[in-house]
Each structure stands twice: as C-alpha cells, then as structure tokens.
Design a protein around this ligand. Structure first.
Ligand code: TMP
Ligand code: ZN
Length: 412
C-alpha cells in the first residue's frame, strides 16, 4: 500500500525549482519499521525513494516527504548506545567540545536528537547542565533513566523559544546525525540561532556526501534521511541565520561523517575554504557526478544479485549480518528476501525476534550466527566492516565468507 507523503517541488534549503532526480530506488517501506510476527499479514506502507540534486545550492535531498511523525514514533528502533564503536565516537565528541569551549558547571549542554542519552552521558563528567531533546519516546525513556532532563519534542523554532524561556540560552548545542532527519532545515537552524548563547557553539554531525558518492553508499538513502550534505550547501544554510562554520573535521562513522563547529558570525575559516575547493575538484557541485553515481548503483544491484544467485545455485547457506536501516534499503532495492537470506543476526535486543520491513527476513541474536554459521554472510552493517571482520575471525578461519556490498560487491 502507498503510504501518506507529500511531494515538494523545490529545494529545502534555497527554495530553487532546479532540482534534478538522479537516483530511483523504487518504492520501499520505512527502513526502521521492523515488524512483529503479527504485523506480517498487514499491508505495509510503501513510499517512493527518489533522490534529487539542487543545481543552485548543491543540496542532495528527497522531495517525497514522509511526515516525521510517521517515522520517529514509539516504534522507532534505533538505539545509539547499542553499538560499541558508536560509544567511542560519542566520547570523542565530548572531548572535542571541551577543546573548543571550556565546559564548567555553569555550562548548559543541549543534545538535539539525544536518543538514549549516550552522548550526554559523556558530558556528565564535566558537571554541566544536560538537556536532551528527542521526539522518539522509547529511546528518550532510557536517557531519562540516566538522570538527563528530557524534552519529548521535535526541535524547531517553537521548541527553541520554549526551551529558551524555561532553561535560558544554550552554551553548547549538539546535533549528531539529526540534520539529515529534519525536513525543515531552515526552521531547525533558525531555532538554533534563537536558542544558542552569543558565544555559544553548535556541533553538528552529518554523513558526508563525498564518501557516499565515492563508496557508492546508496543504501544511506532512506526516508528518514531527507538531506545528504556537502559543505557548500551547509555554509549557505548557516549564513542565512548569521552563523558560520568555525571549524570542521571528517570522522570515520556512518561511512564518513563531517563534524562541524558553528558559531555566530559569517566568517568562514581557512579549513572551510579548503574543503570547498576540494568539493569542486571532486565535482560535487555538478549534476553529472550524481548521474554517474545513479548508474553505478544500478550496476551494483546487478552484480550483487549475480553473486548471490551463484552462491544459491551452489546450495550455499547465506545470512545477513546486522539488521541495519541501510540494509533495508539495500534488501528492498535489490529484492533480496528469504529465498536468499535464511535470517539476519543483530546485537540489538529490540530488533531480535522481529522481521525486516518489506523483505520480512527474521532477525535473531548474534548467538545464532555462531550456532548455525552460514557459508556466507551479507554484511549489511558495512560501516563496521573492520570491527566485524576482526570479531568474526574464527568464523572466517573456518572458511566462512562475507559479502561486502559496497563500493562494489565482493566476497572476502
Ligand atoms: P548503525 O549502523 O545504525 O549503528 O547500526 C548497526 C547495527 O548493526 C545495529 O543494529 C547493531 C548491528 N551490529 C551487529 O549486529 N553486530 C556488530 O558487530 C555491530 C558492530 C553492529
Ligand atoms: Zn538548493
């Protein structure tokens, strides 16, 4: 069944009508909408998953907008603290923040999209006031149990004014992997400009489109990711609200992420200019680059399906490794179902016993992977490739294989 969504005809940063479609991933269900056994007989909502490039400001985006209430509700399955590598990453953000701005007991740190409070926990060492904002109440409850003041809301201009009245201005605002999840970028950044202290700092993390293009990470595209960022459209977005990027660095999570430090004032730093130059050199500001990417994605699908078919023809047992949201884009786009994958294993208790959206592949705990090892495992959590290959050394030494889907499908 086709779910409810709206189509917008203009870029969500600059409002231009010059938005060009370069990737069609078909109609897919929401990538984090895992199903219980009882749900399997029900009609799942599907939504078009097409990706566009704005030739004015350079923002890559979805224009078929599934309302955020549909996506980030009580069934939302993503728990930040669930994966070990992410915990190390979050501790790094807190350290980085300390270096840019001294944190004392008088500092108010606000995490927007705080999820289960993993990031704020690392700030608790500093004695700062901690405030977590997130519309997904199931994860927010976990944050509240950690002693964090929680606000169950989607951050926008109104929310910003309310928070400012109640708690005063924020010294440090963090928003990791949140901007992509907000269909109203202008409302979000305007809200920040109202809520942030004069000498305050916003730390934003977004997956970097450079890596997505270079590594053919097409499966990072799903409905909850409305936008895919390069530095150029971001500098424009912040400048509209009197802010600029003071510092920026690349960090190796989610397949390649930008950590951006934003302050009031429009001055762009040297490091930003360098990155803008590099983006031009890589062609990230021309539509042809994105059209080529779309072609690569089609080839990837063909190649992956060929590999899987060959293995199945040899009666090999194949399972999926990591029931990730991006995995669901990949499985639905490539139409990989239970005729190919016996099951998927995942460390997140919330996902175990459930089924993947669309393809309905059962999810089990990691033990099952070791109890009933396959001949080959499709790595759906490819962002942790090194950790997982290391962790499953024994499986590999006994002849077990992994299929890495990107940048080009291959068996290792
Ligand atoms: P993420 O990419 O959104 O952090 O999700 C990673 C998913 O992969 C999460 O559901 C946990 C799962 N996972 C495993 O099952 N085994 C692992 O070793 C790792 C690192 C992750
Ligand atoms: Zn634009």
């Amino acid at each position: 069944m086709l779910g409810k969504y709206t189509h917008r005809g203009t870029c969500r940063i600059c409002g231009s009508k010059n938005v060009i479609k370069f990737l069609e991933l078909g109609q897919t269900p929401l990538a984090n909408r895992f199903l219980c056994k009882e749900d399997l007989t029900e009609d799942e909502p599907y939504y078009p998953l097409d990706v566009y490039y704005c030739t004015e400001c350079g923002l890559v985006q979805l224009l078929d907008v599934v309302p955020s209430e549909e996506i980030f509700n009580e069934d939302y399955a993503y728990f930040t603290g669930a994966s070990e590598p992410m915990r190390g990453h979050f501790s790094g953000i807190a350290d980085d923040a300390q270096q840019h701005l001294p944190i004392t007991e008088d500092t108010l740190v606000v995490d927007i999209g705080c999820n289960d409070g993993t990031l704020l926990e690392y700030f608790s060492r500093t004695g700062a006031g901690l405030l977590g904002v997130d519309p997904a109440v199931n994860t927010l409850q976990v944050a509240a149990q950690k002693g964090i003041t929680t606000i169950p809301e989607f951050f926008d201009e109104n929310c910003a004014l309310k928070l400012r009245d109640e708690f005063g201005k924020a010294d440090i605002i963090t928003a990791t992997n949140v901007l992509a999840h907000n269909p109203d970028l202008n409302g979000f950044v305007k809200g920040i400009s109202l809520f942030m202290a004069e000498k305050g700092m916003l730390i934003v993390e977004v997956p970097y489109i450079k890596n997505m293009i270079q590594n053919v990470e097409f499966d990072s595209c799903y409905h909850e990711h409305y936008s895919y960022f390069a530095v150029r459209p971001l500098t424009y977005l912040f400048s509209k609200y009197g802010m600029g990027i003071a510092d920026i660095r690349e960090v190796p999570v989610h397949g390649g992420t930008l950590r951006i430090f934003v302050r009031r004032g429009k001055e762009e730093s040297e490091v930003v200019n360098k990155m803008l130059t590099r983006e031009r050199e890589l062609g990230l500001d021309v539509i042809g680059t994105y059209i080529d990417f779309g072609k690569k994605v089609k080839l990837l699908k063909e190649k992956l399906n060929t590999i899987l078919k060959e293995l199945k023809d040899k009666n090999k047992k194949i399972t999926g490794y990591g029931a990730t949201a991006k995995g669901n884009t990949l499985l639905n786009y490539c139409k990989i179902s239970t005729d190919i994958l016996d099951f998927i294993t995942d460390t997140t208790p919330f996902k175990q016993g459930k089924y993947t959206p669309g393809m309905h592949i059962p999810i089990f705990s990691e033990e099952k992977f070791h109890e009933e090892p396959p001949d080959c495992a499709l790595l759906l959590a490819w962002n942790y490739v090194n950790e997982i290959l290391e962790k499953e050394r024994e499986y590999r030494e006994r002849g077990g294989k992994f299929i890495l889907p990107i940048p080009e499908p291959r068996v290792v």
